[in-house]
Structures are given as structure tokens and as C-alpha cells.
Design a protein around this ligand. Structure first.
Ligand SMILES: [Mn+2]
Length: 410
């Protein structure tokens, strides 16, 4: 990300602020011996993929003044941690001109707080049964000394910006999706009965890391048989049996943009009659929902139609008697916004607009039959309707069986 991308984003953010409203964004802290993963709102507005930074923007008398706080370099720590981000480098990457050190934060914030009514921050989920987030901890002195200042999570403010993807962002998503698809195909070509689910996971990760991807967008789900009926199964530690349908719900993160794809395939090379019956219902519903996608359509409409169609399918095969029973076999929503976060900002009540990217992922889960089927594609909303960014990844029964039978014959 370059200042050419992040400066216009910050300009839009500044337009959203009224006088007396301010923004403070915290980069993630570094954790010793753990891979660093930046806060996505911080990255979106600064382009800085470094830990322990703070961005502040104040608006007063119609003018915005923004600044970045960085760490002071400690020569004795360089051999352990490498060079810290310096003032010039921070300026070049972000385009933010005013740079301070972190130990100046509270002094400067005091000045800002005397004029402030509101502070937006990337607080994260606030729940009473969890420790406070790092941003909440850092803002505690503000809360205590200036109780009149309203401190609000920034997500709702920035969602209208983040959910409309630029061409560059769509390119990053497309690359993440293509690499994920290649990894899924590698599994379809190489999976054998007797392998462990985590071996299949490793096959995808190997493809990802050879393709310029550093990490998963979310914890991968590789689920054989009954495990596919657990929606967020992440153990991936069971052996694959010859009669299993394997469900892969995976996504590479490329330049911090996450794919999210689900495919199911039969280890044996052939869907059983029951697997075929359920798979066909899910695929038909998924296609009909994708066909509805266009600007002006709401997520609520997609969800409602999914429930109607799945209920009709399950009623027809006699698994349920009416729509009220559907939640026994289908209990999630049909999709979500996709972007830097796998579950990106956008909301369940959103009206689709050109430039949105959403997932479409109906499923049917029948634990008593050790069966779970979900099919998930990533779809861009265009002026004319939509474009399926993951269209190249096979999903018809005939394609999947052909790939598996060929793999097994080698
Ligand atoms: Mn998803």
C-alpha cells in the first residue's frame, strides 16, 4: 500500500468527522515469538504494517490535524528485534507528515481532549467477561479524566468506506482467491483415504507459501465426514475414510486481503446417492442466490430467499415437513462481506452497492448421517449485477468426480 492509496482514504475519514470529533487508531502490539498480524483498520488508513504505532487525527474549527506516533529505537534491542520503523520511513510509507514518539502521546492527547467531544477508536469487541482490549486500556486515562468525551468503536464510521473496494483491492482479493483455488485443487488431486485432515491443510498451505502468501485469512477448516457438520471445526486432526465427503473452508490472505472459499469432494471419487442428493440441493440454491446479486439487493433478501429455497429442497426429499424445521439443518446466514477481514465490515442489514464483495455459502448439516455440505464462492457486486471471483474453482458434481477419479487412477 502506498500513500497514493492511503491519503485519499484519510481524506474521506476527515470528511466524516464533525468539529470536536477525533480518531485514535492503535496498531497491534508485537508479541514475542509470534507472527505479527496488523489491525486492519489501522493498516487501511496508514499503510503501515508495523507493530506498536498509534495514529491520531483531531478535527477542530473545520480543520483536521493528523499525526503518527512511533517507537524510539533502542540500540541494545536492535540485535534482537531489528531496526524499528524510523521517522523518514514512516513518512514515506504512510504520507503522514507529523511524526512523534510514543512517549509524547499523552501530552499531545491532553491538548486534544480539552476540545474534544468524541473519540473514535478501534476498540474491538467490548464484553464484560473478557479483559479489555489494548486500545481500551490505553484510553482508560481519557475515560477517567474526561468522562464527557464519548469513546466510540470506529467500525460503523468506516464501514461505508471499507466495504467499497477499489480496483487495487479487488486485484488483491482475486489473487488471494486464485491461490486458494490452486491449493484446493492440489488437495483434490492428492488426497487419499487414511490421510489426516491436517495433511490436507498442509497441502494448501504449501501452495500458499510458494505463491507469495504469508498466512491464512482465518483458521482453515478441513473436515471429513461428521466433522463437516461442525460449523467452525478447526481441529483438523482426524483421519479421512474412503466413504467420506471432505469439506474445505479455507482462504489465503494476500497483502492482507482474505479469500473465503468452501468446496466439498468425495474421497472415493464418487458421491454416494445421499451425498449427491444433498449436494445438488445446496448447489442449486447457491446458484440461485448468486443470480440475485446486484446493486440495491439487501443481505436480508438473500438470507430470506436462501431459507425458502433450502426449505423447499429439504421438504421435497422428506427430511423436514415445513420451513420451521429448517434451522435443524441450516443455522447460519448465507454470506458476509469479504475484504481485509474475512468477516469484513458491512453488516447484516446492508444494501448491496457496486464494489462490495460478499460470500455466498449455503449449507446443509445432518449430523445423524455424518454429513455436512457447504459451497462458498466470493462475489463482486458490479454495476450490471455481479461477477463470481472464484468461478474458476470447480464445484459441479461431474467436475469434482472427474478430478478425483483421475487422481485415484494415477
Ligand atoms: Mn465465509
Amino acid at each position: 500500500m502506498t500513500p497514493q492509496m492511503t491519503v485519499p482514504r484519510r481524506d474521506k475519514l476527515k470528511e466524516l468527522l464533525a468539529d470536536g470529533e477525533n480518531v485514535i487508531l492503535f496498531a497491534k502490539l508485537d508479541a514475542k515469538l509470534e507472527k505479527f498480524h496488523q489491525d486492519n483498520t489501522f493498516l487501511y488508513f496508514t499503510g503501515l504494517n508495523h507493530p506498536n504505532l498509534i495514529y491520531v487525527c483531531e478535527k477542530h474549527a473545520g480543520k483536521c490535524n493528523d499525526m503518527l506516533f512511533i517507537e524510539r529505537s533502542d540500540p541494545e534491542r536492535i540485535v534482537w528485534e531489528g531496526e524499528k520503523l524510523g521517522i523518514e520511513e514512516a513518512r514515506q510509507i504512510s504520507g503522514i507528515q507529523r511524526i512523534h514518539y510514543l512517549d509524547e502521546l499523552y501530552n499531545i492527547l491532553t491538548g486534544i481532549c480539552t476540545l474534544a467531544r468524541k473519540l473514535y477508536s478501534n476498540l474491538g469487541n467490548v464484553t464484560l467477561n473478557r479483559p479489555p482490549s489494548y486500545p481500551m486500556f490505553m484510553l482508560e486515562p481519557v475515560r477517567n479524566r474526561y468522562p464527557h468525551i464519548e469513546i466510540e468503536e470506529i467500525n460503523n464510521l468506516v464501514a461505508p468506506l471499507r466495504k467499497i473496494k477499489t480496483d487495487w483491492e479487488i486485484e488483491q482479493l482475486q489473487t488471494a482467491i486464485d491461490i486458494t483455488g490452486d491449493g484446493i485443487l492440489d488437495v483434490m488431486h492428492n488426497a487419499q483415504a487414511g490421510m489426516m485432515e491436517y495433511e490436507l491443510e498442509a497441502t494448501i498451505f504449501y501452495r500458499m507459501q510458494r505463491s507469495g502468501v504469508m498466512r491464512w485469512g482465518f483458521a482453515p477448516i478441513v473436515a471429513a465426514g461428521i466433522n463437516a457438520a461442525t460449523l467452525h471445526y478447526e481441529k483438523n486432526n482426524c483421519p479421512v475414510s474412503p466413504d467420506h465427503l471432505v469439506l474445505l473452508d479455507v482462504g489465503a490472505s494476500y497483502n492482507n486481503y482474505s479469500a473465503d472459499i468452501t468446496r466439498c469432494f468425495p474421497i472415493s471419487g464418487r458421491f454416494s446417492p445421499r451425498q449427491r442428493e444433498i449436494y445438488t440441493i445446496v448447489l442449486d440454491v447457491q446458484r440461485q442466490i448468486i443470480a440475485m446479486i446486484a446493486p440495491g439487493v439487501t443481505m436480508a433478501q438473500l438470507n430470506e430467499r436462501t431459507r425458502e429455497l433450502l426449505a423447499a429442497g429439504l421438504t421435497e426429499i422428506g427430511l423436514i415437513k415445513d420451513k420451521d424445521e429448517l434451522s435443524k439443518y441450516y443455522m447460519h446466514s448465507v454470506g458476509h462481506f469479504l475484504g481485509m477481514d474475512t468477516h469484513d465490515l458491512g453488516g447484516r442489514e446492508a444494501i448491496l452497492e457496486e464494489g462490495n464483495v460478499i460470500t455466498v455459502e449455503p449449507g446443509i448439516y445432518i449430523p445423524e448421517e455424518q454429513l455436512g455440505v457447504r459451497i462458498e464462492d466470493d462475489v463482486l457486486v458490479t454495476a450490471e449485477g455481479h461477477r463470481v471471483l472464484s468461478a474458476k474453482i470447480p464445484k459441479t458434481i461431474s467436475e469434482l468426480e472427474a478430478i478425483r477419479l483421475q487422481a485415484l487412477s494415477q
